[in-house]
Design a binder for this molecule. Sequence first.
Ligand SMILES: NC(=O)c1ccc[n+]([C@@H]2O[C@H](COP(=O)([O-])OP(=O)(O)OC[C@H]3O[C@@H](n4cnc5c(N)ncnc54)[C@H](OP(=O)(O)O)[C@@H]3O)[C@@H](O)[C@H]2O)c1
Length: 216
Amino acid sequence: MRVGILGSGLMGGKLGTIWARAGHDVVFSYAHSEQKLNRLAREAKGNATAGTPSEAARDADALLLAVHWSRVDDVLKQAGNVSGKTIVSCSLPMNSDDSDLVIAHTSSGAEALARKVPKARVVSAFGTVPSEVFFGVFAARRRKRRPSLVYCGDDTRSKRIAAELIRDVGFDPVDAGPLRIARYTEPFTLLIARLAYEGEEGPELAYRFERFGKPA
Ligand SMILES: NC(=O)c1ccc[n+]([C@@H]2O[C@H](COP(=O)([O-])OP(=O)(O)OC[C@H]3O[C@@H](n4cnc5c(N)ncnc54)[C@H](OP(=O)(O)O)[C@@H]3O)[C@@H](O)[C@H]2O)c1
């Protein structure tokens, strides 16, 4: 797949690197310096390049939106026409000091994003884990018991694309249903962040759902 990265920071930089290493064509875009984008492309050691958001969006099978909530409008404007595109978003609707959600309960960041780009197909994914865990999950991808990763969206084809990208990182994709379920997954991330950043065991944290059959 050709994957355009809109926001090449902690999330976008790592996920783009992993997807390039997994064999996808990746375009890193949107950072404060071009040198950083070039370095990411070089160090990804796969088929990765640096570009503008509009270059990242052109011909992309999927776009990863990975910017602070306050930068969403700007990066989308620079990306240009995203009609028909699959946008996988890990961006959470956080306030300026990242202490709380600015949208919750009755809507979600993912739904607000879908309203901004009504002709794109938004899938919410990757936002429920800290970026620090991605390389560890990728390194352990051949293990049988993979960590879960929930995702949700309203378009079947785009959800299939997102599930493939989730699997390529090393997670077990868990389809949580329509995009409105992001109302629950986004606040869940604040719990994960609490455990990752306020605990003593470090931020390399993922989660796994287990099902148990009925007792015999
Ligand atoms: N970090 C996590 O563990 C985590 C977990 C779950 C969800 N999320 C969500 O994922 C999204 C991305 O988070 P992140 O931690 O990856 O953020 P980040 O590291 O700050 O990355 C944002 C990217 O946007 C770029 N950027 C910001 N302002 C810009 C501007 N004015 N012009 C050009 N580029 C600009 C940054 O450039 P520079 O690289 O030059 O700074 C960076 O590449 C957020 O919505 C966050 O809430 C993050």
